[in-house]
Write a protein that binds this ligand. Sequence first.
Ligand SMILES: Cc1cc2nc3c(=O)[nH]c(=O)nc-3n(C[C@H](O)[C@H](O)[C@H](O)COP(=O)(O)OP(=O)(O)OC[C@H]3O[C@@H](n4cnc5c(N)ncnc54)[C@H](O)[C@@H]3O)c2cc1C
Length: 515
Amino acid sequence: MPPPNGQTFDECTSGNVKQSRILLIVPDQKASMLSAAILAELAAAVGPGGLIVEQNQLQTYECDGLAALRTVPAAVVLPRSTAEVQAVIRVCDRHTIPFVARGAGTGLSGGALPDGLGIVIGFARMTRILDIDIPNQRVTVEPGVINSHVSQRVAAQGYFYAPDPSSQTVCTIGGNVAENAGGAHCLKYGFTTTHVLGLEVVMPTGELAHFGGSTLDAPGYDLAGVFVGSEGTLGVVTAITLRIVKKPETVQVLLAAFDTISAAAQSVSDIIAAAILPAAMEIMDRLSIRAAEASVHPNYPDAEALLLVEVDGSATEVTIQMDQIRAICKVNGAWEDRLAQSERERMLVWKGRKAAFAAAGRIAPNYIVQDGVIPRTKLPVVLEAIGRMAEATGLQVSNVFHAGDGNLHPIVLYNAAIPGQEEVAVDLSIRILHLCVDHGGSITGEHGVGKEKQEAMGYMYSEPDLATMQLVRMAFDPQNIANPDKLFPRTKLCGEKSGPYHPHPLETAGVAQYF
Ligand SMILES: Cc1cc2nc3c(=O)[nH]c(=O)nc-3n(C[C@H](O)[C@H](O)[C@H](O)COP(=O)(O)OP(=O)(O)OC[C@H]3O[C@@H](n4cnc5c(N)ncnc54)[C@H](O)[C@@H]3O)c2cc1C
């Protein structure tokens, strides 16, 4: 494939490793400052009330759930329709203005962090459910629709939308698509990508494209599959057709209490090895149990580790599987195995689990929620290693995670007011990710790479892998304006060593950008 217009491909040899790099010559960096004329074009694109430029209002958009990283955008637009999104992105394309889409801003990896020279496209005014097709189990929504609102709208007909991030009462379907969001029940039902049938996407040129459709497995490349999880770097989704699922006849949740987190983790592996696929399997350690208890009082046992196992299906199937699961937990040393006795009690169990991140604020003034994946069988060894690493730094790490998927969420607790402690916490959280990769896992399971983990991508992937992904990105976004400087590591120059990033002189001059 020839280099796209204005770009040169570059290769260098560093030691024995051949590195492929792509240098984008930015046509005119100064053109991306928002002049009065450009602001007028944006205002015309979104109509009255759709453009925000006042500094105090812009500050609302300076960060997402990763509040350690903040940048005030040059402007925010709030479109009401696909046509308005197209008009906005055409302005960005014409003037090479970086843009970032924003749903609810609950992302935990800095994905919605603005570029100071660019704009935020907020979806707070695109919140319509466009179509509900119960016989075909489809719902089509605008990107600003809140995740839990989909389930609420189809509940009366006996259906639900399965991906259930803990943030589901606030996060949006657009953000879920961009992050390929998961949740407790994705163990059985699959992540967002399993539930997305079709996408309407505004490309970074302003053109409208449709990926997938309303039927399964459309012919051609699976571009909906490519787009889901692309973190806003390939364009902006303006309508999503989702698959909904029939509610199960019976649901039961078990709380099993253990003296060690390893015993709880071993039970998870044993349950799957027994060919049982629960709807959800979550583990919480003592710190997170106590924080959740103090926050929403779910009446958890005061254990070193708690395993929550939810099983759904026919009443007979659920009874048989739950008996097997309780027996497995007993063999692994569970000293309490309590079934929720009512739907209210079951909801309270989940409320405690879903409140666990926010509840960490009760045990430390600051915390970093990490998101790594390991093969399920490695849970005991990796969790023990995390405990040792935390002890060596003097910091506490609480663990609450999607155990069935091997998706860890270590919460590194610290106090930013103590000089140097934030740096130690950041370093520890990155070393935990490296540990996951060393054990055959990944640096993210569901929160995305965003800004936070862009360097860690280089730990997980080789240069040719990253360069191939860049080619995909450039095919969608040749000007590099769709959520730039996220997802990919800032490539090292020939002979450059690891360590703090130093910009190339061409970058400093504002005429070139690596990606
Ligand atoms: C307390 C808490 C619990 C959480 N629990 C979970 C969990 O269990 N599972 C999980 O997966 N995540 C979880 N998250 C993370 C977060 O909620 C998810 O990543 C969610 O999908 C983000 O949705 P959002 O609407 O807030 O997106 P935002 O944060 O606004 O954006 C996230 C990314 O999506 C892009 N984006 C947004 N809208 C669009 C669009 N229309 N087109 C293209 N790109 C777009 C943004 O540019 C950004 O890169 C949690 C977060 C919090 C704060």
